[in-house]
Design a protein around this ligand. Structure first.
Ligand SMILES: Cc1cc2nc3c(=O)[nH]c(=O)nc-3n(C[C@H](O)[C@H](O)[C@H](O)COP(=O)(O)OP(=O)(O)OC[C@H]3O[C@@H](n4cnc5c(N)ncnc54)[C@H](O)[C@@H]3O)c2cc1C
Length: 399
């Protein structure tokens, strides 16, 4: 690369934090997608997100339509109005969205990687035609109901039941902590049947379905989370996702969403790091900028090293995914490491801002609080440790 090319490349680079020039490994299209998403976040998320967070609200429908116009919903899927982007491009989009807010990234992840993916991978042609183009455009919003009040990390013991009544299915149960539920048009609901776990595409206006918003969250406040109660919900036979048999179906959807989180968490961490870096260079104490103190530089250096390692990991997993070789336990390595490190970075960055670190005027505390949810959903850190542990030892320590 010539000096001039290098200068150009640095100018459009992801961030000055890219110490290892990981950016240089990206293709032109990947860079373009990233730039478009970054601009969208700068225009439509950053100016408003602190207010959304404080109010515990987010204009989910409006955002979904805008994300849909840019092809961000189900962007790694093909056909049915989906963009068919690479896994790396999808990851970069998640990173940029989460640099705005983890809740906004969650809206996109749940729509594309959980609800749309489930229908795309396991649905009938009719279900795909009915839901996917509208969901890709952001005209219909989806959610994914696996977790229940009494069954979180252990979905195999779910209590939601689906039983046959003639050709119909009757669903009873409660799903808890469901992202997008209060605003969703369709829920992918996982239920136990006599033959094992099955999935259903449930229109939210079906009689017997109610969604209640979960309030008073101290984390992921710019995201709508709800409880879904299914009370004798009668569904036609063709509401069942025909290709989904057993728990491996919802687990495969989780692998998709976890992959996006591997990248997304780095976005929240980047925003914290950039904020702390900028603050440290302008805030003066003891007659010099905070950035001039060795202890501050040690913090910044250690955080930047972890962030770069996280980005290398995400890029590696992305390339594996694009080659069709990514395994679930590899995604667990990425989710475990990158969310844990992103949270550690957010907390450390907060210290650099002192009292301002706890203020909503700066994004750091919001990101740190959000990352507590990201650490828990899509498999807690402990569950990912158990998945990696099983791979290492050949022994399952789950139960
Ligand atoms: C904001 C938010 C949004 C969410 N969105 C969705 C969604 O859209 N759809 C959905 O289905 N779910 C969603 N969830 C639920 C999420 O996936 C669960 O919270 C998660 O799986 C953990 O389940 P739990 O909260 O019941 O915790 P529990 O399973 O009760 O776990 C509590 C603690 O015990 C630990 N633990 C459990 N089992 C073991 C074990 N065998 N060994 C060691 N430690 C263990 C856990 O790691 C955790 O630390 C969301 C959660 C949040 C917070």
């Amino acid at each position: 690369m010539s000096e001039r090319e290098r200068a150009n490349h640095q100018a459009q680079s992801m961030t000055p934090l890219d110490l290892l020039d990981i950016d240089a490994s990206l293709g032109e299209e990947e860079r373009q997608i990233r730039a478009v998403v970054r601009q969208l976040v700068d225009d439509r998320v950053r100016p408003y997100v602190a207010g959304w967070y404080e109010d515990g609200q987010v204009p989910a429908r409006e955002l979904a339509r805008e994300f849909g116009k840019l092809g961000l919903l189900g962007m790694h899927l093909t056909g049915y109005g989906c963009a068919g982007a690479s896994a790396v491009a999808y990851g970069l989009a998640c990173l940029e969205l989460e640099a705005g807010d983890s809740g906004v990234r969650s809206l996109v992840s749940v729509q594309g990687s959980l609800a749309m993916y489930a229908i795309w991978r396991y649905g009938s042609e009719e279900q795909k035609q009915r839901w996917l183009p509208a969901m890709a455009a952001g005209e219909a919003i989806g959610c994914f109901g696996l977790t229940e009040p009494d069954h979180g990390s252990d979905p195999a013991s779910m209590a939601t039941r689906a039983r046959r009544d003639g050709d119909d299915w009757i669903l009873d149960g409660t799903k808890m902590w469901i992202t997008n539920a209060p605003v969703a048009d369709v829920a992918v609901i996982w239920a136990r049947t006599d033959e094992g776990v099955r999935g259903f595409a449930v229109p939210m206006d079906t009689p017997g379905v109610t969604a209640r918003e979960i309030r008073h969250k101290m984390s992921l406040r710019a995201s709508l989370t709800g409880e879904i109660v299914l009370d004798g919900v009668r569904l036609p036979a063709d509401a069942r996702l025909p290709e989904a048999t057993g728990l491996k179906a919802p687990l495969s959807c989780l692998t998709e969403a976890r992959y996006g989180i591997v990248w997304g968490a780095l976005g929240a961490a980047r925003d914290c790091l950039e904020t702390a870096l900028s603050y440290a260079t302008t805030r003066t104490q003891f007659g010099r900028p905070l950035a001039g103190f060795q202890l501050t530089q040690a913090k910044l250096a250690d955080m930047a090293v972890e962030w770069n390692k996280g980005l290398l990991l995400a890029s590696h997993l992305g390339r594996l995914a694009d080659a069709g070789k990514l395994r679930p336990e590899q995604v667990s390595v990425g989710k475990l490491n990158n969310v844990r490190e992103a949270l550690a970075i957010a907390r450390q960055c907060r210290t650099i801002l002192g009292a301002n670190g706890i203020s909503g005027e700066y994004p750091i505390m919001r990101h740190a609080n959000n990352l507590e949810s990201v650490l828990t959903y899509e498999g807690t850190s402990e569950i990912h440790q158990l998945i990696v542990g099983q791979r290492l030892t050949g022994l399952s320590a789950f139960a």
